[in-house]
Design a protein around this ligand. Structure first.
Ligand code: ADP
Length: 264
């Protein structure tokens, strides 16, 4: 079934979600964080960004999300110029390495939080929160407090909160970086399942080349000082991806190719 969904996503791949043309970012202190980035991301893509610390991965995400200005060039998001700032904030959600949950609110209330800023009826909110919690496997944990949860469970809450508004695009900035390997692999599998069912576009930052190949259909390899996209590598491994794929020769050769580019 996942394969069917994936096929229909491929059909939709002609629709552009993000188009970056000659984009540069110079911060107020004069530091050029990103220079001349050209990148097109299609609807339903799962694109990972890998590169050394400080090469501008988060800066690209912040520009896409409208959290920082673009110094030069253009970004079009859902076919609208990003500067317009009139886009629907619900189109896009952000997940960080730190789950950033409110410690005094239980799981259900943390997930509901983004909806409380929107004029959505209480019954509809209840339905959306319930669906989102089920999607990430948190049914039964509605009343748990953040302090009672493991790192992996907190990340699930953070993902549920991001998904509750049914965004078209998810920006994930090293979400699994602080988790142990087993939890990380479990969440990678969960994330692919969610991506398939929700038909979202996902942009994902990671320092882990294995993770980038396992998850993505394309990997953007960046270089530092100033941050540029060196190459965008296609990952032609079929979906659904399971644990066996991690030991396949094609998987290893893609990991080797990307690692080699990063070493340069
Ligand atoms: P990455 O996510 O790849 O680690 P960032 O996008 O966070 O990189 O940062 C890129 C570069 O821009 C780094 O050198 C960082 O120190 C610098 N930088 C990030 N934010 C700011 C800021 N607000 N002001 C000045 N420099 C910044």
């Amino acid at each position: 079934m996942q394969a069917d969904i994936r096929k229909s996503q491929t059909k939709e791949h002609s629709v552009e979600t993000i188009s970056m043309k000659n984009v540069s970012k110079i911060y107020d202190n004069g530091h050029t964080a990103v220079q001349n980035v050209d990148l097109t991301i299609k609807e339903g893509d799962f694109v990972s960004f890998v590169g050394p610390s400080g090469c501008g991965k988060s800066t690209i995400f912040k520009m896409v999300a409208g959290l920082t200005t673009i110094t030069d060039g253009h970004i079009r998001l859902f076919n609208e110029e990003i500067e317009s700032n009139e886009r629907d904030a619900r189109d896009l959600a952000y997940v960080f390495q730190d789950a950033t949950l409110l410690p005094w609110l239980n799981v259900e209330k943390n997930v509901r939080m983004p909806l409380t800023f929107q004029s959505i009826k209480k019954e509809e909110q209840n339905k959306m929160v319930k669906e989102s919690l089920e999607l990430v496997g948190l049914k039964g944990y509605e009343h748990a407090m953040p302090r009672e949860l493991s790192g992996g469970m907190k990340m699930r809450v953070s993902i549920a909160r991001a998904l509750v508004s049914k965004p078209k695009m998810l920006l994930m900035d090293e979400p699994f970086g602080a988790l142990d390997e087993i939890t990380r692999q479990n969440l990678q599998e969960e994330l692919l399942r969610i991506w398939n069912t929700q038909k979202m576009t996902v942009l994902f930052i990671t320092h882990n080349v294995f993770e980038s190949v396992y998850l993505s259909n394309r990997v953007a390899v960046m270089t530092a000082s100033p941050g540029k996209i060196d190459d965008v590598i296609d990952v032609p491994l079929p979906y659904p991806r399971n644990a066996e794929i991690r030991t396949a020769p094609e998987f290893s050769s893609l990991v080797a190719e990307i690692s080699e580019k990063l070493k340069k």
